[in-house]
Design a protein around this ligand. Structure first.
Ligand SMILES: [Zn+2]
Length: 369
């Protein structure tokens, strides 16, 4: 059963007049206490109510907006949600005038109109201030420096909150000493590209290069350099380190660190520096099969082993670190060339937080100490 559409315009007009006289607003501040309302419309609002249509402006604006809303579409199907501001409604009554019709009772007679009480909003719980991230690139000094990495982007929070971060200071007195399996290196002549990525010089390699340790094979992705070395070994700081970043098929990272001390020129580094890109984001492709990573490996391949992280943002943890104890050599001239581009690109050492560091005193048969 529905009311004849012809009776609607008059009802709507009376309703509109009443609403405007009694101060109906949309999106006004909620009353402190709900209006006394009876009938089905007084039922509590659902948890996620449809937001009421927003009506704003002067009284004339509101009048015309309401009229438009009422006149459009099929009125028997129209659902108009109105919020009633109690203060405005009572304030519009002259002293001594008769109490108005209960606005809700009145409106309920109009099909398609639902009056919903705007209930007092619960007091919001005091919120912790959301962290503000600086929109600057990470670097090794100033506002974007290592002490601020976690404040630069939400993805970098591990740089501050992580408990297994790299690099670390390794002291022989604190390590777990014992025999260890040899790292099986499977490197071969490879092609690649030298990249100046704005943080270091990096060689991205193609070719099937890998190492195997702890029953897992990790494929070499790239290697890069830090000046000075990030790792500190028995309080000694080496002038440079090369990091060889490997990844297993399961996605675990293993980084082989080869420390570099000043001495004769390094043949592998010579090849890379010969194709050194000078500008940031510059790429220089290497001649085919130029790079054999095995060239830089020291003869003594005993190593320290510990679990740590990337030493650059996002400082992801779960990285297996293999730090060869015997350094390779780099010439003063080779060091100078790199340090002209990157005078200091090393993260400070991080807290061990009780992590064990294994110290391979001997390599099991098959190694070549
Ligand atoms: Zn590195």
């Amino acid at each position: 059963m529905t009311k004849s559409p012809r009776t609607l315009p008059m009802v709507r007009l009376a309703l509109l007049t009443f609403l405007l006289a009694s101060g109906v607003h949309a999106q006004e501040p909620p009353p402190a206490t709900p209006l006394p309302v009876t009938g089905p419309a007084a039922a509590p609002a659902p948890e996620a109510p449809t937001p009421p249509a927003r009506v704003e402006g002067t009284r004339i604006d509101i009048e015309s907006q309401l009229r438009d809303a009422m006149n459009s579409g099929d009125p028997t199907k129209k659902k108009l949600n109105l919020l009633i501001d109690r203060k405005s409604a009572s304030g519009s009554l002259a002293p001594g005038s008769p109490p108005p019709l209960n606005p809700v009772d009145h409106l309920q007679r109009e099909p398609g109109i639902v009056i919903r009480q705007q209930r007092a909003a619960p007091k919001p719980a005091p919120k912790q201030a959301a962290p503000v991230y600086k929109n600057i690139p990470w670097s090794y000094e100033g506002e974007g420096g290592p002490g601020h990495w976690a404040q630069l982007k939400p993805e970098y929070t591990t740089c501050a909150s992580g408990q297994r971060q790299s690099p670390i200071a390794i002291e022989d007195a604190d390590t777990l000493k014992g025999p260890a399996e040899a790292i099986a290196f499977n490197y071969m002549p490879s092609s690649g590209t030298v990249v100046n990525n704005g943080h270091t010089i990096e060689v991205q390699l193609s070719g099937d290069n890998s190492l195997t340790v702890r029953g897992q094979t990790y494929r070499l992705q790239q290697f890069h350099f830090h000046h000075p070395a990030e790792e500190r070994i028995n309080s000694r700081v080496y002038p440079m380190v090369a990091h060889f970043v490997h990844r297993s098929d399961a996605g675990q990272l293993a980084v082989l660190a080869v420390l570099l001390e000043e001495g004769p020129a390094n043949p592998l580094i010579q090849k890379v520096w010969t194709h050194m890109p000078l500008d940031v984001k510059d790429h220089v492709p290497l001649p085919a099969d130029l790079i054999h990573v095995g060239e830089i490996l020291p003869r003594d391949q005993r190593y320290y082993q510990y679990m740590g992280s990337l030493t650059t943002p996002p400082c992801t943890e779960g990285v297996l670190w293999l730090v060869l104890k015997q350094p390779a050599s780099i010439s003063a001239e080779q060091l100078r060339l790199f340090s002209q581009l990157y005078p200091h690109n090393a993260r400070p050492v991080q807290s061990l937080n009780g992590r064990p560091v294994r110290d391979a005193l001997l390599i099991a048969p098959g190694g070549r100490p």
